[in-house]
Design a protein around this ligand. Structure first.
Ligand code: IPD
Ligand code: CA
Length: 264
């Protein structure tokens, strides 16, 4: 029997809350910091502890499911369901005590994301969506903005951890900035996508996102009415993610394409 997205979402939400409480209430006075892909790509003991807590909750309830976790957990699926987990999206914010980070969990059924939760434990805001079932913030339906004019758009973006990649992203943002209302770099891609979903920003773009940054937030933005994709009709992915109201998407994607935002 195919998995029910609403049941997967309920499980994801409860796992995200367990991890969120751990991150807030269990935060030690000293964080142990190690690095991953570059010297600025940090991981703390709380990233690994939260990932472990999420996976225990998920696989405790559904033992045959697969997992892809940012902190290295990878379990093949025997049920067709795979969980995509970012235990802390916004780790640098968490490290500095900036209350802008989230637990992000998506459920994929046969390769398609069908449920997602982005839980912000500091603001006690939980964004959820199921495929075809709409997007919600703390249980209330949300919609993306209706802005159609790029010059009026508040646009969120982010930068990767690699210095060469950042130089290219800096060139792109320098050309986007004069064309939009303003830019926001808040530091957690999943929350940026959730912000698109509820109109706190009009649009978001970023190059270099991983599946755990995109899976839950991308579904939430799409279910709130945003168009989520890449350039030239390609799906959103590591090359580029653009999320914007349908009437704005082509203007932003067109500009990003002209700037080569999906290269380097
Ligand atoms: C990062 C954040 C950031 C984005 C980076 C991501 P992490 O995730 O989402 O906003 O710009 O590309 O890697 O490392 O905090 O999980
Ligand atoms: Ca992370």
């Amino acid at each position: 029997m195919p998995a029910d997205p609403a049941e997967l979402l309920a499980l994801a939400e409860s796992a995200a809350r367990v991890a969120g409480s751990l991150l807030v209430d269990g935060r030690p006075t000293r964080l142990d910091v190690t690095t991953k892909t570059t010297p600025t790509d940090v991981v703390t003991q709380m990233d690994t502890a939260a990932e472990r807590a999420v996976i225990e909750a998920l696989l405790g309830a559904r033992p045959g499911d697969g997992v892809l976790g940012e902190e290295g957990d990878e379990v093949p699926s025997r049920t067709g369901v795979r969980w995509i987990v970012d235990p802390i999206d916004g780790t640098v914010n968490y490290l500095y005590g900036i209350p802008q980070y989230a637990v992000s969990i998506a459920a994929e059924a046969d390769g398609q994301v069908v449920a997602g939760v982005v839980h912000d434990p500091e603001r006690e805001e939980t964004f959820t969506a199921t495929k075809g079932g709409g997007a919600r913030l703390n249980g209330r339906a949300v919609r993306c903005s209706a802005v159609t004019d790029l010059s009026q758009a508040l646009v969120a973006t982010g930068f990767g951890y690699d210095s060469r990649r950042r130089a290219a992203q800096g060139r792109v943002v320098a050309h986007v900035l004069p064309a939009v209302r303003d830019i926001r770099r808040m530091g957690a891609a999943a929350l940026d996508l959730a912000a698109v979903a509820c109109g706190r920003v009009d649009a978001f773009y970023e190059r270099g996102l991983s599946p755990w940054d995109l899976a839950a937030g991308g579904l939430i933005a799409a279910e709130a009415g945003a168009r989520v994709g890449g350039l030239a009709g390609r799906p959103a992915g590591p090359d580029l993610v653009v999320a914007a109201p349908p009437g704005l998407f082509e203007q932003l994607a067109g500009r990003l394409g002209a700037l080569g935002a999906d290269r380097e």
